[in-house]
Design a binder for this molecule. Sequence first.
Ligand code: NAD
Ligand code: IPM
Ligand code: MN
Length: 374
Amino acid sequence: PRSYTIAVIPGDGIGLEVMPPALRCLEAAATRFGFKLEFRSFPWASCTYYLKHGTMLPSDWKELLQACDAIYFGAVGDPATVPDHISLWGSILAFRREFDQYINLRPCRLIPGVTSPLANRAGKPIDFFTVRENTEGEYSSIGGMIFEGTERETVIQNTVFTRVGVDRVIRYAFELARSRPAKKLTSATKSNGISITMPYWDQRVEEIAKEYPDVQVEKYHIDILCAHFVQRPHTFDVVVGSNLFGDILSDLGPACTGTIGIAPSANLNPSSRREDPNTPWFPSLFEPVHGSAPDIAGQGIANPVGMIWAGQMMLEHLGEKNAADAMMRAIETVLGRAKDGAGGGLNILTPDMQGKGTTEELGSAIEQEIARAA
Ligand code: NAD
Ligand code: IPM
Ligand code: MN
């Protein structure tokens, strides 16, 4: 039978809580649809590991991950014990850069059952993707401090846009827009204020747009785009942005659909092929959009849907389309049913969805629904 090796990195905080039910959902999908998943669990890329070893990663982390077909990642960060820039640059940001996962694909959809004050605007669904540049831009390691410790202390961090880096994410976004019914691309910019890098971004969008005459293109400065997300989220289809703008929009989008607890994310290197002996294998990584949520960690009430939906994206990426479709249906069925008062009702929804349920209860309900998928 078909078989996949998955690196499992739970991380910190609620990452440790949403991972187990999500793995059970993936198991259920594999059993139901006749393939095998081998999970290799790693305790590193966590602050717990850092506090014991003084590093976020073991020296052979790359080989360990490259021996897998995909990476399934929870969330990292414990700002009370380890500064965020150390834990994050030593884990998820290192994976994205070292494995050249240059696309961060983040779907944003209104799910039946998830209450949002912005739902049903103009009777239209919310259904769009954020395509975030994921390896360069504002997240650069170029810069430093001068005149340290004096009144003239100065810090500088440079934004880096390469032609290759900008073009490949814009082209990916155009291809995605072309594949969807609305065929519309929105570019996030700030070329009025950020006067060198952002006009360059706009210019590359205009240039590449010539290859896609069938796609409608628009651009907005990031400030007003945030306002439009709140006031008319139903009008977006594919939104492309730099690393930082994409980061911001991909929390704002899911918040507009009710909670960031349901939002998934795929860190993709769409060009790397494991079977190609001439190029290094760069596995893609699947994670929820949210972080380790120290404010609710340990309470067992984290929403597991972001983690489960990320698993759904991973199965789709691995080519298990039927299983992926069944997982999505299961998420929608369980949440929709709960809202209608059936299948455990509000007792099954986690508090971020106005319910009284736990991570385990909601995860188990989705797992059971996947197991009985038609
Ligand atoms: P966060 O996403 O962890 O939490 C923001 C808010 O949303 C909190 O109130 C939290 O309780 C809530 N929330 C998040 N996920 C939820 C879920 N599944 N169910 C219910 N509520 C949920 O963001 P933050 O507070 O800015 O960051 C906390 C830590 O996580 C920091 O160390 C940060 O650097 C890190 N972080 C890591 C990742 C990642 O690993 N990819 C992503 C974002 C933040
Ligand atoms: C995300 C997170 C990360 C990012 C942080 C934790 C470095 O917010 O995945 O959206 O900014 O990319
Ligand atoms: Mn983020």
